[in-house]
Every structure is written in C-alpha cells, then in structure tokens.
Design a protein around this ligand. Structure first.
Ligand SMILES: *Cc1c(COP(=O)(O)O)cnc(C)c1O
Length: 462
C-alpha cells in the first residue's frame, strides 16, 4: 500500500512514512493510492465484535507491511484501554430514527482521543524500531493539544510542545494540558490568538535548519493516520444499526473536515452510507461551497463551538482530490488560487461529484443554544455545543434511513455555554473529578520565534 499526495508532486510513501511526515513536500496531503474495500460478508462479520477487533479489521488493509499484526493489535489495545466506556463509542437514541454516537469517553473528553491515542502508540513503535526521536510541536485552540499531550506523555521517543493562546481556552481544556506531570510534554501559553500560535508552528516547519535539527514532526488533523482511526466508529455504529443489510446516514459537526472525510472513506470501503451531512456553525465556508460551488474565505467569527471555528478547512483538499478525479494538477491550481485570491470556483463536474456524496447545513449561535435546550427537554441528553450543531442540522435531514449524529465532545468540556443554554452546569465524569485539584505546570511564552526555538532546543539537550 502506497500513499500519494493530492498535488501529485511528492514522493510516494508507505503508511508509516506518511504518518511520520504529515504534510507532503509539495504542500499536498497524503491519501492511499487505492482505497481498500470490504465485502458485504466481511462487514456483516463485524457484528457483535469488540471496538478493538473492528478497529483491527477495518484499518489493517491500509497499513501495508508497516506494522506486524501483533504490533498493531497491541497498539489498538493500549490506545483504547483508558476510555471511560467499555463500548468506546456507544450509541444512544434521540428519536425514532435518530441516534447519537458518543465519541467523548476518551481521556480528554473529545473525539480527537480516538485518533491521537492510537498514533501515540504507533509513533512509539515506529521510532523505537528506527532508533529515532522526534519533536512534536503543535498549535491548538484546545482539543487537539490536550489530546496530543495525553496521548504522547511518558513516551520516550517523543518530545511534545503544545502552543495555546494564553487566556483563550476553557479552564478544562487548559488544565488537561497543564496538569500531566511527565517531563516529555510541555504546555506553552503564548501571548496572542490561535492564528498566532499556528503561524509560529508553521514558521518552525519552514525553518529547515531548525526543522531538521530537532526532527520536527506534526500530528495535526491532516495526518492520514488520524483520519484512518476515525473510520472505525462509522463501521461499529452502522453495523449495530443493521448494516450492511440496512443503510444509515451520518451528520458530522465539521471544522477541518477530518472527521467527515473519514466517513467518506468508510463509504468508499463499501459501508452502505446513504447521506453524509456536513454540519457547520456560523463559520460556514463548507456549507456555502456545497450550496454555491464557490469556496471563499470570509474571516473567522468566534463561536460557542470553538473547535469548528475555521477559515480554511485543510482536509477538504482530500475530498476535492477525489471530486477532481484524482487530478493533482487541478488540485494544485485551485489551492494556489485559494492562497493568492482567497477562494476558487469548483468546476461543474467536481461540484456534481461533491454534491452526490455530501449534504450540508449550518447552525447559528442562537440555534445551537436552542438545540441544547430542546434536546435536553425531549431526550434528557445534554449536548456540547458542537454536537448541538450536528443535531440541529440532522433534524433537518431525517427520513426513512436511520440518522447517526456524531457527538464530538462531552458537555463538561464546554460547561459555560451548556449552562447558558440549559441552566445545568455539566459535571466532569468521576474519573477526572479531581482535575481542578491537580497542580498546573505551564510556561508563559512571548509571540516570538527565536525565543520559542531556543526553548525547544534547550529542552532537547537537557
Ligand atoms: C476538532 C473538533 C471538531 C471538528 O472536527 P474536524 O475533523 O476538524 O472536522 C468538532 N467538534 C469538536 C469537539 C472538535 O474537537
């Protein structure tokens, strides 16, 4: 199994190489050269299996010979052992034909744990075998950073530095990043906003001396290994509702398009998915694009579902690659237009292709709050604001096919917004009830590249 870039100009890599590389050298994103398929019988055989067994069956064909079966099984077992629910991704019922897939039982209470926990294990195995160490530097608006610190803490082949905007993440998000005591993970509170943090990380990747010197690696959501780990719960949930004999639909709260792209992969693998519905908050570039064919950036507005506040949806490039019939030159051209002119018009053929797979909708801030409140009354479920965006859009797309909405975070992670909507202050699960008693460890840093580089180099030699 080889991995190719969406822009067609970077070297082909194995799964392991693509995982350790992240962004391709031509600026594109790695995708498998062919998407493996599963037969009806193979999908039917997943019924009743554990989450871990389904994970192995679904992901294994993508790995080539990067990991032995024993290595991969061990990584999966370790990745999900710390989840607070035996089903890992339980399904609850919201209405006669509407289900909620709870993806927030991992150690940091958001769906990002599903992928990050697994790639933490896979990085460690691959780097040990190669006798290498890497430095992971990431920027976060909250969820990615906490998931990365939790997944990589204590692994000796990896040093992790997470930059977050000082004073701009929720208390739970900050404490999840600052309370782990392992020396190989460091939370850096930077002066500035999330865009500043991301810009400094990009600067570090573009400084090749520094990049090679500290062996910089990335684990943001464009890493294909992360997308792959998210394919699994599309299978477990669909099969539990009757697939492959019965079709299902999904609604996915979407920001960087990683989660919903995993749904596209599941569908291409043969899972009978009727509709894949993209749900956006007021930052609705994807909804506008799927309605008008025009992909144009429009400035980020801060919302109560901050993990979906995006201006450019990185993984959408992967969907465009397939919509343009895997034409790397065409993708390069529209991505250049995006960079230089702030947007592009999708070709007629690609627009039709996108619309045949994806539907979309949006939720305003008021609609999100109203959905938290109405879902609580109608079903007893307390939704986080991201999940509420999904439920609002799913409700507009219900039909004869069972609809599964992805619940991407636990309400306690966004407690203030949930309380504002419902009057209920959501409690943390018992296993992390002491989060506010744990000691914090954080380094305050200026928005200054040389200072940051010096700090990282020093930590490497210490
Ligand atoms: C990251 C995140 C999203 C958006 O997921 P994408 O894969 O970027 O589309 C939605 N909800 C929550 C809670 C998140 O942390």
């Amino acid at each position: 199994m080889k991995y190719v870039s969406t822009r067609g100009q970077a070297p082909e890599l194995t799964f392991e190489e693509a995982m350790l590389t992240g962004l391709a050298r031509d600026g594109g994103l790695y995708v498998p050269e062919t998407i493996p398929t599963m037969s009806r019988d193979e999908i039917a055989a997943l019924a009743g299996k554990s989450y871990e067994d389904v994970a192995f069956a679904v992901m294994k064909p993508f790995l080539g010979d990067s990991f032995t079966d024993d290595e991969f099984k061990g990584a999966i077992a370790a990745a999900y052992a710390g989840f607070g629910h035996d089903a890992r991704a339980p399904l609850v019922q919201l209405g006669s034909n509407h289900f909620l897939l709870e993806l927030f039982h991992g150690p940091t209470l958001a769906f990002k744990d599903f992928a990050m926990q697994l790639i933490g294990q896979l990085f460690q195995i691959a780097l040990k075998r190669r006798g290498e160490k890497v430095t992971i530097v990431g920027a976060t608006s909250g969820d990615t950073g906490s998931a990365a610190i939790e997944a990589f803490k204590g692994l000796d082949a990896v040093n992790v530095f997470i930059l977050f905007p000082h004073g701009r993440v929720s208390d739970v998000q900050r404490r999840q990043m600052t309370t782990p005591s392992e020396a190989n993970v460091q939370a850096l509170a930077m002066d500035g906003d999330f865009d500043d943090c991301q810009a400094r990380v990009k600067d570090m990747f573009n400084d090749f001396d520094f990049r090679d010197g500290v062996r910089l690696a990335g684990v943001n959501s464009i890493n294909f290994a992360r997308v792959l780990a998210q394919v699994v719960y599309y299978f477990t949930s669909a099969v539990s509702l009757g697939a492959p004999d019965r079709k299902v639909s999904f609604t996915v709260p979407t920001g960087n398009f990683g989660d919903v792209f995993a749904g596209f992969i599941a569908q291409q693998m043969g899972l009978p998915i009727e509709q894949l519905v993209i749900a956006t908050n007021q930052n609705d570039i994807l909804h506008r694009c799927l309605t008008t064919g025009d992909y144009r950036t429009d400035g980020v507005k801060a919302s109560i579902s901050p993990s979906m506040d995006i201006q450019v949806s990185s993984n959408f490039e992967r969907a465009l690659f397939y919509a343009y019939d895997r034409d790397g030159d065409a993708v390069t051209q529209i991505m250049d237009e995006l960079k230089n002119e702030g947007g592009f018009k999708v070709s007629q053929g690609a627009f039709e292709a996108l619309k045949s797979v994806f539907k979309s909708g949006r939720a305003s801030e008021d609609e999100t709050l109203a959905t938290i409140s109405s879902a609580r009354v109608a079903t007893g479920e307390l939704l986080c604001p991201h999940s509420a965006v999904g439920v609002k859009v799913a409700n507009e797309n219900l039909g004869d096919t069972p609809m599964i909405t992805l619940a991407t975070a636990h309400p306690a992670k966004f407690a203030d917004a949930v309380e504002k909507a419902s009057g209920i202050y959501p409690a943390l699960p018992p296993r992390m009830a002491d989060l506010f008693d744990r000691e914090e460890r954080v380094t305050r840093v200026p928005n200054d590249l040389p200072t940051l580089q010096e700090l990282i180099r020093k930590a490497m030699t210490a």
